[in-house]
Design a protein around this ligand. Structure first.
Ligand code: ADP
Length: 319
């Protein structure tokens, strides 16, 4: 398609999830591979909706890395920004939702290939073509990837891209909650568009989730702040208006990737006309579409397999 390019920057990894639900990692009788990593999910969400996206990040030159690169390619994501590290291996996560409702994580990141992307390795040409540059915060945790991340943001901004930030907090990855908060906020004011979940809003502001808490995260250059609320939909804040858009009622089986589907679909809708953000009626239509994408993603297991096509979204919206 001739739609504008959305470049998504950061980590891609494999989540190993137990073959049965509600067990601890130690009790799991076996594991299934689920490709993930929020920035990669967003790139695929965009492509599945017929948009143009590229992923920029580093994978291990191993079986898992090549599998992930193929998944991006098979889903129509431009892979010109993907690198393979000769030494380090692809990041892995073991994740389970235990019967007590808590998530248990174990990571292979010591260091994994994604953490070793350097500034010099960035595909400047590709990043300069972005109409939207999207990123998370996990790539900020350690050098050299942190510098690469900051430089990539600069390149995109200089080329006129809209900067889109979803901090995507995975707390166990940081040395401490304080460091997580500090790193997430260190690039806050560079973003044109920010999406946080209610949990992230609570964590970042240390207060109850409400409009005041959300507005305490406002910065002067910001164009749009979104707060996702799971089955309660989302809230939006701009310089001129604010409001809420209801979620769709669906049979939820696994919420993994809902936030990525939400932001990916929003970016897909605004990439060719950033001024949509300034028109509340159109923005609400786009957010309804994004809520539908998030909802559909919760009806199937995993993130990538659950990301919807445009036809599926239209079907849900039209009932
Ligand atoms: P995150 O994955 O970032 O925590 P959310 O879980 O809030 O984000 O989900 C993002 C969006 O997906 C929500 O704003 C909502 O529109 C949709 N969504 C998430 N969970 C549900 C659900 N259980 N039922 C319907 N829609 C949902």
């Amino acid at each position: 398609s001739s739609s504008g390019l959305i470049v998504s920057f950061g980590e891609m990894l494999i989540d190993f999830v137990p073959t049965v639900s509600g067990v601890s990692l130690a009790e799991a009788p076996g594991f299934l591979k689920a490709p993930g990593g929020a920035p990669a999910n967003v790139a695929i969400a965009v492509a599945r909706l017929g948009g143009r996206s590229a992923f920029v990040g580093k994978l291990g030159d191993d079986e898992f890395g090549h599998m992930l690169a193929s998944i991006l390619k098979d889903n129509g994501v431009n892979g010109d920004g993907i690198l393979f590290d000769k030494g380090a291996r692809t990041a892995l996560a073991f994740v389970t939702l235990r019967s007590d409702g808590d998530r248990e994580f174990m990571f292979y990141r010591n260091p994994s290939a994604d953490m070793l992307l350097t500034e010099a390795e960035l595909n400047v040409q590709l990043i300069s073509k972005a109409k939207i540059f999207h990123y998370g915060s996990i790539s900020l945790i350690t050098e050299p990837c942190r510098s690469a991340h900051l430089r990539a943001m600069e390149i995109a901004k200089e080329a006129g891209a809209l900067l889109s930030y979803d901090p995507n907090l995975r707390l166990p990855l940081w040395p401490s909650p304080e460091e997580a908060r500090e790193q997430i906020m260190s690039i806050w004011e560079k973003a044109d568009l920010i999406k946080v979940s209610d949990n992230e809003l609570e964590f970042l502001t240390n207060r109850e989730v409400d409009d005041e808490a959300a507005l305490s995260l406002w910065h002067p250059g910001l164009k749009l702040l979104l707060v996702t609320l799971g089955e309660k939909g989302c809230k939006y804040y701009t310089k001129h208006f604010r409001g809420a858009v209801e979620a769709f009622v669906v049979k939820t089986v696994d919420t993994t990737g809902a936030g990525d589907a939400f932001i990916g679909s929003l970016l897909r809708k605004i990439v060719d006309d950033h001024s949509i953000i300034e028109d509340e009626i159109t923005l609400r239509e786009v957010l309804k579409f994004a809520n539908a994408c998030g909802a559909i993603t919760t009806t199937k297991k995993g993130a990538i397999p659950a990301l919807p096509s445009e036809a599926e979204v239209i079907k849900l919206i039209q009932g």
